[in-house]
Design a protein around this ligand. Structure first.
Ligand code: TXA
Ligand code: MG
Length: 316
């Protein structure tokens, strides 16, 4: 849904308040962090998160980082542990993202986690980002604020060049200091894993933890379980482009018509994206094969179909 003219907001009290209000209304706001400008949406509002993908023209759903104002705020959404506490004490606020198990009652849209049971959380150090997160007092999902396939933006002008007219506002507070995305550490398993090198050197993290980080080689499918993990697939077989369910199948619908669960009765792709992972989980819990209605291959439909194809791919 292309939004009309993009407001440029100064990082003043009024500008921050306006940005927080837009996020609360489910709109997209680009904001500066010390790494790169983020494209933010309220992480609790599925359709707002879907709009991120729409604005970026991103053809697949990857898990997004939830930005919060403090380690205390992070603990509303994830299960905390000793290593998380150590790293948060040492490096937050800063260019470090921690992936931790979601906690019960977290309220985060499954579109943020791409259906995983873990969440990447980060406390940015940038004063404007801090002020915005405190004004909202909620989690903000944000990838870098560039169209898919383009370079990450480190100024408001970069964001405007790529996304003008597609997002509600840009909070402009100059150039980003680090200019490189956050380092991502997985802390959901027994050992800490470097999931993405970034603005904080791995050696610094190892020094604080007093141990080596396991490294996930994203090019090696055998040692890259995160890549596989991030491709959430139901336990039961999934059949795509099904005009109707066969005997014994559950039917995930799109558009008007009888079905077990509907991605969007009004045929709206943003609503369908927001519902996708939650509905798959709910049908999966019933333990029967799933047939999925055809989804149009335009706009967000491309990303929805990408995920559905992964969900339907043969398993080992
Ligand atoms: O510096 C940054 O991290 C910037 C600013 C805006 O904060 N954000 C950013 O987001 O780089 P993005 O969407 O480009 O990168 C998010 C990456 C995903 O591609 C994925 O690799 C990883 O974070 N990620 C997020 N949640 C995850 C999870 N639950 N499990 C594994 N990886 C996760
Ligand atoms: Mg990016």
């Amino acid at each position: 849904m292309p939004q009309h003219s993009t407001e440029i907001l100064a990082a003043t009290e009024a500008g921050i308040a306006r940005a927080a209000q837009l996020l609360r209304e489910g709109k997209l706001v680009s904001f500066p962090t010390e790494t790169v400008y983020g494209l933010g949406a309220d992480a609790r509002q599925g359709e707002a998160v879907a709009a991120i993908y729409e604005a970026k023209g991103r053809p697949s759903f990857n898990p997004l980082i939830a930005h919060v104002h403090s380690a205390e705020a992070a603990q509303r959404y994830v299960e905390w542990n000793g290593m998380a506490e150590t790293l948060a004490q040492a490096f937050w606020p800063g260019p470090l993202t921690l992936v931790l198990p979601l906690r019960a009652g977290h309220g985060i849209s499954p579109l943020v986690t791409a259906g995983l049971d873990t969440l990447g959380v980060r406390v940015p150090a940038h004063p404007a980002a801090q002020a915005l997160l405190r004004a909202l007092d909620g989690p903000v999902a944000a990838p870098s604020a560039n169209p898919s396939g383009k370079i990450s933006p480190t100024t408001a002008a970069h964001v405007k060049a790529g996304l003008d007219g597609r997002i509600a506002a840009i909070l402009d507070d100059g150039a980003c200091g680090v200019g490189l995305e956050s380092t991502i550490i997985g802390l959901a398993g027994p050992e800490p894993v470097l999931l993405r090198p970034g603005g904080l050197a791995a050696e610094e993290i190892e020094a604080v933890l007093g141990r080596k980080l396991a490294v996930r080689d994203v090019h090696d499918p055998l040692t890259a379980p995160g890549q596989l993990l991030s491709h959430y697939a139901p336990g039961a077989p999934v059949r795509l482009d099904a005009a109707a369910p066969a005997e014994g199948e559950l039917y995930l619908g799109f558009g008007p018509g009888a079905c077990d669960l509907n991605l969007s009765e009004r045929g709206d792709l943003a609503e369908a994206a927001a519902n996708l992972f939650g509905h798959l989980h709910r049908l999966d819990a019933l333990g029967k094969p799933i047939a999925v209605a055809p989804i149009p291959e335009h706009g967000l439909g491309e990303a929805i179909n990408d995920r559905l194809h992964r969900a339907a791919a043969p398993r080992d």
